[in-house]
Structures are given as structure tokens and as C-alpha cells.
Design a protein around this ligand. Structure first.
Ligand SMILES: [Zn+2]
Length: 468
């Protein structure tokens, strides 16, 4: 452990130098969505490759057809295992609305809040430049203390297209599979529970979308001349939508809950203690209880561990101003399902389609959108060795056990690592819910940066002793 303490001391002593590198990275406007910044993205990739080479890794900028990927490998290591793949992204979101920023988004500024906490404001301060540097700077400190050797073989993969949906990533993973072999992937792009409580994200809901147009009468009809006997597609749609849930808030699609596992009692207890009840969650969005959704589950359980059906859009008929007495020929619905456990996206979509067909009056037809693959949920067992190692390390640094969080949305790269590279991902991040990522005045707390680096150093020490 004294070796770890030397690494932690190196992190503390090198904090100013680490921050200088962080600020230099933040000054580069690597906005992946804007073609005018393509050269900035490339410059950022090259800067990171230089940084990694300077640390003693074998680093290169790799072409993808889009913005390049930065790839780096350790050369000589202390132990032969476990092999670790670290993923981060160097691209950032656009800054609009620019006038809402209190300082230049690409001139990082430290400001101390009324609560006495220092924060760095810049686009990418958290997402993902600050976050990815917590790992890289911890690795730098480790290598500096141990004659240029990391604790185990490390591959670094930094993408430049995460904020535009990673269009080139899967092809890159497939093409470079041999170079990316590892026992576990580490991703630093998630949040803590709050400023004092670290977290490991172990559950990501999956998703599947569908879209349908219901066609009834052969043309829009006058509701005075035809209203009464002619079934109205909008009424049909409203009825089939309302039939998607029963009185208990459970989704009624056939086989929908197949593969949904019960929440372990330990997690239920941990989440119950977090103080996020229905009333608090609803107050955030200007509402009051009772909450929607399945009876018998708390707000957090519903978001992190239960599946949903959610209507994202529906309409048809007269949508313009004023009245128009029409029975529309068509009505449309856009719907998505959040998935958990081993729910099969294709099976859920097929059950939905069957539900639609069963609700159609005679002569009606349903036209479905082209089926996309959808993404199954990801669950990393909380008692798996890497999660236990990271949890112990985080508890040492923060003085309290991490929360095992779910994430109601999906993080596609985690699915790609599992399906293409065949490895699980450990999701540890030091972002805070008020970091304003993707929004004006994005920030990262200085403690997130500093304790984030220290946390990674401790996680590395624990992983080095873990058999997977
Ligand atoms: Zn982002």
C-alpha cells in the first residue's frame, strides 16, 4: 500500500500541472457536430496522442472516416493482468446559446460558489475532458512513481464522435478487435450520487422504438356527413394506447415482463436511503404525487430497474389553427420502450405490433416503420470482482460506500463493448447532477477532478490484485 501512497502523493503534488493540461485541453473547441471544427477535433486528437506518448505509452491517431480515434497501449507493466481498456471521448457538444454563458466556453475559468466550492467552467469541463483526464492523470502519476510502468496492461481508446452518436465506433471496434482485447473496460462518463457520495453505475436500461400509422377510411371525411358510424382512427389510436397499461400501471403487452429480474433486497434498501421519493422527483418537474408507473415501486426503482412504455408522439387530423370538422383518414404514433434485465427488444416490438393489430377495426390497416435493432439492457452484477474492487477503492477515498446506480438512459458504447469485444464495463465517474453538461455554463468541481484522480489510483491498486 505504500506504493499507492506514493502515487496519491504524486497526484496531490502534481495537481497544478494536471490542471494546466486540463485547461489546455479545454481550450480546444473540438465540437464534433460542426464541420467547421473538424480541424480542431483532429488537433485535439493529436494533442492527446502526444500527451499519452509523453506519459510513456505507445500512442497513435487512427483514421475512422469521421473524426479520428486516439489509441494507446502500455509497453512494460508491473503485472500481466488484468488487461484494462479505458474509453473516453474528446469531442464536445456545441455551445449554443452562446449568450447564456457567463464566460467564454473555450477559456476555462475557475469560480468559487457561495458554498465555498471551486468549479471550472468550460464546454467539456466535465463531459468528457475533465472526466477522462482523471483517469489519464492518475495513470501518469502511477507510471511516474513506478519507473514508467502502469500496474497492468492498459489500452486507451479516445473517441471523437460520441456527441454525434458514435457513427464510426462500431466499425472501428470490429476492425481493431485484436488491438483492443482486455478483461474489462473502464468508462469515466457518469455521475456520482452527490458531491460527497461516489457511485458505480451498474445498470443501464435498454431501448426499442417503434412508429405506426393507422389507416382507416379511404380519405379525410366531413364529420357532419359521416360522423357516427365511421370509426375514427384517432379514437382507435387513443384506445389502443390506453390499453397498454393495466390498473396497476403494468404494461399489458404479451410476454413484456419476460427477462425482467427482481431487484436484489440490498439494492432496494440502499436506494431507499437516498432520500429520492416520488414527491421530490415530481416537484423537480413541477408536479405533485401520485406518481405514474407501476404500483409498488419507488421513483428510483422505476427509473433504474423497471421497464416502461412511453408515448413520444401521437397525432393526426386537423393540427392547424381553428376548427375543422374532419374525421382523419390516418393517425400516427411514436413509441419507445425502456428495457431492463434480459428483455428482448425484438420480442417487445413484436408484442407491441400484435397489440396494435388486435385493436384495429375491420378494414383498418397499420403501417409500421422499418424495424431498427434496439438495444438490450446492461446489468453488471454488483458482486462481480471488478465492481467489488472499485467499490472498496471508492469507499477508501470518499469515506463512504458508493451507491450502485442505475441509468435510465442508455450508454451505447457499453453495449458495443459487450457485443463486439465481449467485455463488461465498469462505469465510474465523478460528474455531479448540476454539472450542466450539454448546456450553457458547463462545469466540473475541482474536488471531482482531484478526488477523481485519487479514486482512479486506488481503483488501479485494487484491480491489480483482482482476478477476473
Ligand atoms: Zn455528452
Amino acid at each position: 500500500m505504500s506504493r499507492l501512497h506514493a502515487v496519491l502523493a504524486a497526484i496531490d503534488e502534481g495537481l497544478n500541472a494536471s490542471m494546466e493540461r486540463w485547461f489546455e485541453l479545454l481550450r480546444m473547441p473540438s465540437i464534433s457536430a460542426d464541420p467547421a471544427h473538424a480541424e480542431d477535433c483532429r488537433r485535439t486528437a493529436q494533442w492527446l496522442a502526444n500527451l499519452l506518448a509523453d506519459m510513456g505509452l505507445k500512442a497513435s491517431v487512427e483514421e475512422t472516416g469521421g473524426h479520428p480515434v486516439v489509441l494507446a497501449h502500455s509497453v512494460d507493466t508491473m503485472h500481466a493482468a488484468p488487461r484494462v481498456l479505458f474509453y473516453g471521448h474528446y469531442d464536445v457538444q456545441p455551445v449554443e446559446p452562446r449568450e447564456a454563458w457567463h464566460s467564454d466556453p473555450f477559456k476555462p475559468e475557475i469560480r468559487t460558489g457561495a458554498d465555498g466550492r471551486a468549479r471550472v467552467y468550460a464546454r467539456g469541463a466535465a463531459d468528457d475532458k475533465g472526466q477522462l483526464l482523471t483517469f489519464l492523470e492518475a495513470l501518469r502519476a502511477w507510471m511516474q512513481v513506478h519507473e514508467g510502468r502502469p500496474p497492468f496492461p492498459v489500452t486507451i481508446l479516445l473517441e471523437g464522435e460520441e456527441e454525434i452518436g458514435s457513427p464510426s465506433l462500431d466499425a472501428f471496434l470490429k476492425a481493431r478487435k485484436a488491438d483492443l482485447q482486455a478483461d474489462i473496460a473502464l468508462v469515466c462518463d457518469t455521475n456520482q450520487w452527490d458531491a460527497e457520495t461516489p457511485a458505480i453505475t451498474t445498470r443501464l436500461r435498454g431501448i426499442v422504438h417503434d412508429e405506426v400509422v393507422i389507416k382507416g377510411p379511404n380519405a379525410d371525411l366531413h364529420s357532419g356527413l359521416y360522423g357516427g358510424p365511421v370509426p375514427n382512427p384517432l379514437h382507435v389510436l387513443a384506445r389502443l394506447v390506453s390499453a397498454l397499461w393495466d390498473e396497476e400501471g403494468r404494461v399489458t403487452l404479451k410476454g413484456f415482463y419476460e427477462g425482467v429480474s427482481d431487484l436484489p433486497a440490498t439494492l432496494r434498501r440502499q436506494w431507499a436511503k437516498l432520500g429520492m421519493d416520488d414527491a421530490r422527483l415530481l416537484a423537480e418537474v413541477g408536479l405533485k404525487p401520485p406518481a405514474a408507473g407501476e404500483k409498488g415501486y419507488t421513483a428510483l426503482e422505476k427509473i433504474w430497474a423497471r421497464p416502461t412504455a412511453e408515448v413520444n408522439g401521437m397525432g393526426g387530423g386537423h393540427m392547424g389553427p381553428g376548427a375543422k370538422t374532419v374525421i382523419p383518414a390516418e393517425a400516427f404514433l411514436k413509441i419507445s420502450f425502456r428495457l431492463v434485465g434480459r428483455q428482448d427488444p425484438q420480442a417487445v416490438r413484436e408484442a407491441f405490433r400484435e397489440h396494435v393489430r388486435q385493436h384495429l377495426p375491420a378494414g383498418f390497416t397499420a403501417r409500421f416503420a422499418e424495424a431498427e435493432a434496439g438495444a438490450p439492457a446492461i446489468e453488471i452484477p454488483e458482486d462481480s470482482p471488478p465492481v467489488k474492487a472499485a467499490a472498496a477503492a471508492l469507499e477508501e477515498e470518499w469515506g463512504r460506500a458508493p451507491v450502485f446506480m442505475g441509468c435510465g438512459g442508455s450508454i451505447p458504447v457499453v453495449g458495443s463493448f459487450r457485443h463486439i469485444l465481449g467485455m463488461d464495463t465498469l462505469l465510474v465517474g465523478f460528474g455531479l447532477p448540476d454539472d450542466a453538461i450539454h448546456a450553457p455554463n458547463e462545469k466540473y468541481d475541482l474536488t471531482s477532478f482531484h478526488k477523481g484522480m485519487r479514486s482512479w489510483a486506488r481503483i488501479m491498486a485494487r484491480l491489480a490484485e483482482t482476478t477476473m
